[in-house]
Design a protein. Structure first.
Length: 120
């Protein structure tokens, strides 16, 4: 299976990020994980949330952000990779001048039902 970036529709997740599902079992036939690109515009942030089942890996492609991971906060930049264990509250804020683009791998695959919003 192959996907073409220019043909992938963008949608908003429950946490407020703009997502392109690059590969997801519900759409493309894989079984165990999903891969998406998240886009957060300058000055914007995702809502604090956690995933009950999914483990996530974020890999920063472009831009600068402030990552909250549990009780910890740290800057993320291109080339950084962050592991987000299941059940860990997290969010990211774009602190740069341009878009913050992050590759997000989830296993089991991302689902809205597995996402719990922790703030209004």
């Amino acid at each position: 299976m192959k996907t073409k970036y220019s043909e992938i529709k963008v949608y908003l997740t429950k946490d407020g990020s703009e997502i392109r599902e690059l590969m997801h079992p519900a759409l493309h036939g894989g079984r165990c994980l999903s891969l998406a690109e998240a886009l957060v515009q300058p000055g914007q942030e995702t809502r604090l949330h956690r995933h009950r089942q999914s483990e996530e890996i974020y890999h920063v492609l472009e831009g600068y952000g402030l990552m909250q991971l549990g009780e910890e906060e740290f800057v993320i930049e291109p080339g950084d990779t962050v592991l987000i264990p299941p059940g860990t509250p997290h969010r990211v804020r774009n602190i740069g001048q341009g878009p913050l683009r992050i590759l997000c791998a989830c296993a089991p695959p991302y689902s809205h039902e597995d996402t719990e919003i922790l703030q209004d």
